[in-house]
Ligand binder design. Structure first.
Ligand code: PRP
Ligand code: HPA
Length: 175
Protein backbone atom coordinates (compact mmCIF):
# COMPACT_ATOMS: atom_id res chain seq x y z
CA UNK A 1 0.00 0.00 0.00
CA UNK A 2 1.12 3.60 -0.51
CA UNK A 3 2.24 5.56 2.52
CA UNK A 4 1.05 9.05 3.37
CA UNK A 5 3.62 11.84 3.13
CA UNK A 6 4.95 12.70 6.60
CA UNK A 7 3.44 15.91 7.98
CA UNK A 8 6.11 17.21 10.30
CA UNK A 9 3.70 19.39 12.28
CA UNK A 10 1.97 16.21 13.48
CA UNK A 11 5.13 15.47 15.48
CA UNK A 12 5.26 18.78 17.37
CA UNK A 13 3.10 18.97 20.49
CA UNK A 14 1.73 21.91 22.49
CA UNK A 15 2.62 22.20 26.17
CA UNK A 16 0.51 24.91 27.85
CA UNK A 17 2.07 27.13 30.52
CA UNK A 18 5.67 26.09 29.94
CA UNK A 19 8.14 27.45 30.98
CA UNK A 20 5.73 29.96 32.53
CA UNK A 21 2.01 30.65 32.70
CA UNK A 22 0.45 31.89 29.46
CA UNK A 23 3.14 30.46 27.15
CA UNK A 24 2.13 27.69 24.73
CA UNK A 25 5.39 25.78 24.28
CA UNK A 26 6.00 23.93 21.00
CA UNK A 27 7.72 20.68 21.98
CA UNK A 28 9.75 19.03 19.22
CA UNK A 29 10.79 15.94 21.21
CA UNK A 30 8.08 13.72 19.58
CA UNK A 31 9.59 14.53 16.17
CA UNK A 32 13.12 13.75 17.39
CA UNK A 33 11.92 10.45 18.82
CA UNK A 34 10.28 9.28 15.60
CA UNK A 35 12.86 7.83 13.15
CA UNK A 36 10.84 8.69 10.04
CA UNK A 37 9.94 12.26 11.05
CA UNK A 38 13.48 13.08 12.21
CA UNK A 39 14.99 11.61 9.05
CA UNK A 40 12.59 13.47 6.76
CA UNK A 41 13.10 16.77 8.57
CA UNK A 42 16.87 16.52 8.01
CA UNK A 43 16.47 15.38 4.41
CA UNK A 44 14.20 18.34 3.66
CA UNK A 45 16.65 20.79 5.20
CA UNK A 46 19.57 19.24 3.30
CA UNK A 47 17.58 19.30 0.03
CA UNK A 48 16.79 23.00 0.52
CA UNK A 49 20.50 23.87 0.76
CA UNK A 50 21.85 21.41 -1.82
CA UNK A 51 23.93 23.41 -4.30
CA UNK A 52 23.87 26.54 -2.14
CA UNK A 53 27.61 26.34 -1.56
CA UNK A 54 27.36 26.16 2.23
CA UNK A 55 30.88 25.91 3.69
CA UNK A 56 30.09 25.77 7.40
CA UNK A 57 27.03 25.06 9.53
CA UNK A 58 26.74 27.08 12.72
CA UNK A 59 24.46 25.46 15.32
CA UNK A 60 23.11 27.36 18.30
CA UNK A 61 23.37 25.68 21.72
CA UNK A 62 21.67 23.52 22.64
CA UNK A 63 18.75 22.52 20.44
CA UNK A 64 20.43 23.95 17.35
CA UNK A 65 23.07 21.23 17.76
CA UNK A 66 20.45 18.50 17.25
CA UNK A 67 19.79 19.69 13.68
CA UNK A 68 23.00 21.54 12.90
CA UNK A 69 25.42 18.63 13.33
CA UNK A 70 23.60 16.10 11.13
CA UNK A 71 22.88 18.82 8.57
CA UNK A 72 26.59 19.66 8.38
CA UNK A 73 27.26 15.97 7.81
CA UNK A 74 24.67 15.80 5.01
CA UNK A 75 26.01 18.98 3.35
CA UNK A 76 29.58 17.72 3.64
CA UNK A 77 30.80 20.69 5.61
CA UNK A 78 32.13 21.39 9.06
CA UNK A 79 30.07 22.14 12.16
CA UNK A 80 30.71 25.19 14.34
CA UNK A 81 29.03 25.60 17.73
CA UNK A 82 27.72 28.90 19.08
CA UNK A 83 27.75 28.33 22.82
CA UNK A 84 26.41 29.95 25.94
CA UNK A 85 28.92 32.06 27.93
CA UNK A 86 31.96 30.36 29.39
CA UNK A 87 31.78 27.01 27.58
CA UNK A 88 34.24 27.50 24.70
CA UNK A 89 37.85 26.86 25.74
CA UNK A 90 39.88 28.98 23.25
CA UNK A 91 39.72 32.65 22.21
CA UNK A 92 36.13 33.83 21.70
CA UNK A 93 33.97 36.70 20.52
CA UNK A 94 30.86 37.40 22.62
CA UNK A 95 27.47 38.99 22.05
CA UNK A 96 24.89 39.81 24.70
CA UNK A 97 21.21 39.54 23.83
CA UNK A 98 17.85 40.09 25.53
CA UNK A 99 15.69 37.25 26.79
CA UNK A 100 12.06 37.47 27.91
CA UNK A 101 13.56 38.24 31.32
CA UNK A 102 17.17 39.34 31.65
CA UNK A 103 20.04 38.86 29.23
CA UNK A 104 22.28 36.08 27.98
CA UNK A 105 25.68 35.91 26.31
CA UNK A 106 26.63 33.64 23.40
CA UNK A 107 30.16 33.00 22.13
CA UNK A 108 32.03 31.77 19.07
CA UNK A 109 35.67 30.74 18.71
CA UNK A 110 37.57 33.48 16.84
CA UNK A 111 39.19 30.91 14.53
CA UNK A 112 35.94 29.03 13.76
CA UNK A 113 34.84 31.15 10.77
CA UNK A 114 37.06 32.44 7.97
CA UNK A 115 36.43 35.82 6.26
CA UNK A 116 34.02 35.35 3.36
CA UNK A 117 33.09 31.82 4.36
CA UNK A 118 29.51 30.88 3.41
CA UNK A 119 27.73 30.04 6.64
CA UNK A 120 24.36 28.42 7.32
CA UNK A 121 23.00 29.18 10.81
CA UNK A 122 20.73 26.47 12.23
CA UNK A 123 18.40 26.40 15.23
CA UNK A 124 15.37 24.33 16.15
CA UNK A 125 12.94 27.20 16.55
CA UNK A 126 12.52 30.89 15.71
CA UNK A 127 10.59 32.79 18.39
CA UNK A 128 11.54 36.47 18.93
CA UNK A 129 14.72 36.06 16.88
CA UNK A 130 16.97 37.28 19.71
CA UNK A 131 19.12 34.16 19.86
CA UNK A 132 19.71 33.92 16.13
CA UNK A 133 20.33 37.68 15.80
CA UNK A 134 23.12 37.32 18.34
CA UNK A 135 24.53 34.38 16.37
CA UNK A 136 24.43 36.42 13.15
CA UNK A 137 26.37 39.17 14.91
CA UNK A 138 29.02 36.67 16.04
CA UNK A 139 29.50 35.23 12.55
CA UNK A 140 29.64 38.71 10.98
CA UNK A 141 32.23 39.86 13.57
CA UNK A 142 34.49 37.14 12.18
CA UNK A 143 33.80 38.24 8.58
CA UNK A 144 31.59 35.27 7.71
CA UNK A 145 28.88 35.55 5.05
CA UNK A 146 25.42 34.41 6.21
CA UNK A 147 24.21 32.33 3.25
CA UNK A 148 21.09 31.17 5.06
CA UNK A 149 19.27 30.71 8.36
CA UNK A 150 17.33 27.48 8.88
CA UNK A 151 14.80 26.39 11.49
CA UNK A 152 12.62 23.41 12.06
CA UNK A 153 9.85 25.60 13.52
CA UNK A 154 8.95 29.27 13.07
CA UNK A 155 6.52 30.93 15.50
CA UNK A 156 5.34 33.46 12.91
CA UNK A 157 3.11 35.38 15.30
CA UNK A 158 6.19 36.52 17.27
CA UNK A 159 7.55 38.29 14.16
CA UNK A 160 11.11 37.04 14.74
CA UNK A 161 11.62 37.07 10.96
CA UNK A 162 11.38 40.88 10.97
CA UNK A 163 14.57 41.00 13.05
CA UNK A 164 16.36 38.86 10.44
CA UNK A 165 15.59 41.21 7.54
CA UNK A 166 17.98 40.96 4.62
CA UNK A 167 18.71 37.32 5.34
CA UNK A 168 17.45 34.19 3.63
CA UNK A 169 15.25 32.56 6.30
CA UNK A 170 13.78 29.07 5.86
CA UNK A 171 11.60 27.05 8.24
CA UNK A 172 10.06 23.61 7.71
CA UNK A 173 7.04 24.26 9.97
CA UNK A 174 5.16 27.55 10.50
CA UNK A 175 2.75 28.49 13.27
C1 PRP B 1 15.28 28.34 22.50
C2 PRP B 1 15.32 27.81 21.08
C3 PRP B 1 15.98 28.93 20.33
C4 PRP B 1 15.49 30.16 21.07
C5 PRP B 1 14.35 30.79 20.35
O1 PRP B 1 16.51 28.08 23.11
O2 PRP B 1 16.06 26.60 20.99
O3 PRP B 1 17.40 28.87 20.40
O4 PRP B 1 15.04 29.72 22.36
O5 PRP B 1 13.94 31.98 20.98
P1 PRP B 1 14.20 33.43 20.40
O6 PRP B 1 13.94 33.38 18.93
O7 PRP B 1 13.17 34.27 21.12
O8 PRP B 1 15.60 33.84 20.74
P2 PRP B 1 16.80 28.22 24.67
O9 PRP B 1 17.40 29.57 24.94
O10 PRP B 1 15.57 27.84 25.44
O11 PRP B 1 17.98 27.18 24.91
P3 PRP B 1 18.12 25.60 24.64
O12 PRP B 1 18.26 25.39 23.15
O13 PRP B 1 19.40 25.28 25.33
O14 PRP B 1 16.94 24.88 25.20
N1 HPA C 1 9.01 26.06 21.92
C1 HPA C 1 10.30 25.74 21.98
N2 HPA C 1 11.26 26.61 22.21
C2 HPA C 1 10.92 27.87 22.40
C3 HPA C 1 9.60 28.28 22.35
C4 HPA C 1 8.59 27.32 22.10
O1 HPA C 1 7.38 27.60 22.03
N3 HPA C 1 9.59 29.62 22.57
C5 HPA C 1 10.89 29.99 22.71
N4 HPA C 1 11.69 28.95 22.61
Amino acid sequence: STSEPVRLEDWVRDIPDFPQKGVLFKDITPLLQDPKAFHIALDRLAAHYAGAGIEAVVGVESRGFIFGAPLAYLLNCGFVPVRKFGKLPSNTVSVEYALEYGTNVVELHTDAIKPGQRVLIVDDLLATGGTVSASIELVEKMGGHIAGIAFLVELGFLKGRDRLEGHDVFALIQY
